[in-house]
Ligand binder design. Structure first.
Ligand code: LIP
Length: 263
């Protein structure tokens, strides 16, 4: 499958979806299972639009998407979609959310796109062909570990991970430059890929949160594994650690150590 031929059309789908997202002011909000877990009419409308358009671009492709009832990843070409990553920010008007789409083949991401409609910024990556932001090549940083900027996610739907997250954060604060929590894992992974930040971790995410971003990071020269160092898979939720080569080992040691705190 020549995925690079699909890229321009998929970019247009995400830009159309982004315009729809920005047009939805004060969207209806619904609760989902788990602590502080929400979905809006924006998530649902954008997921419907993106799935319809991508099904036309790649007839016969399957979907693994956040607001679908049932998700099972097979070896078949499958779009992994987060219609709005950073839903809580979207609900509150905190303009830091994005639309994330990945194409998987044989359970591996071969193409990833993340669109930030607030900044009209498009991040793309195709396996083996590098990572790009608005057509400019991007690479991870060379910042040393003791000066690293660390992005993290607090796994708010999983309160049992709070203690381990806070303990890891404290160690990062003593070991690195500073920490930041902005509320979109996909945009956090873009920050690692473009080199504006150096480390990202979150002890549990769903495949739609990271399937595109993990390819951006590795195609930008970074390392992306689970928080215990095992290979990151997109067939089920996992912890995620992404970092530049200069920072990965130090970050893995901290993430692994505090994973032991999780019951
Ligand atoms: C969110 C992630 C965030 C994580 C939240 C949630 P959503 O995605 O981007 O980093 O901490 O738990 O998973 O739910 O807004 O698509």
């Amino acid at each position: 499958m020549e995925v690079d031929k699909l890229l321009p059309e998929v970019e247009n789908v995400l830009r159309e979806a982004g315009a729809k997202m920005l047009s939805m002011v004060r969207p209806k909000v619904y609760t989902k299972e788990g602590h502080a877990n929400y979905v809006t009419e924006g998530d649902l409308a954008i997921q419907t639009l993106v799935m319809e358009r991508l099904a036309r671009i790649l007839p016969g492709s399957l979907f693994y998407a956040e607001e679908k009832e049932e998700n099972t990843l097979t070896d078949e070409p499958t779009w992994i979609i987060d219609p709005i990553d950073g839903t809580a920010n979207f609900i509150r008007g905190c303009e830091h959310s994005c639309i994330s789409a990945a194409l998987a083949q044989n359970r591996e991401t071969v193409m990833g796109l993340i669109y930030n409609p607030y900044r009209h910024t498009m991040y793309t990556a195709i396996k083996g062909q590098g990572a790009w932001r608005d057509g400019e090549r991007i690479t991870v940083s060379s910042c040393p570990f003791d000066r690293a900027l660390v992005r993290f996610g607090s796994s708010p739907y999983q309160p049992r991970l709070a203690h381990a997250t806070v303990a890891a954060l404290e160690e990062f604060l003593h070991s690195c430059g500073d920490v930041r929590r902005l509320g979109s894992a996909a945009l956090d992974l873009c920050a690692i890929a473009e080199g504006s930040n150096d480390i990202f971790f979150e002890y549990r995410l769903s495949p739609w949160d990271y399937a595109a971003g993990m390819l951006l990071v590795t195609e930008a020269g970074g390392i992306c594994t689970s928080t215990d160092g095992s290979p990151l898979e997109i067939s089920h939720p996992m912890g995620v650690l992404a970092a530049s080569p200069a920072c990965y080992e130090g970050a893995l040691a901290i993430c692994r150590k505090h994973l032991e705190d999780v019951e």
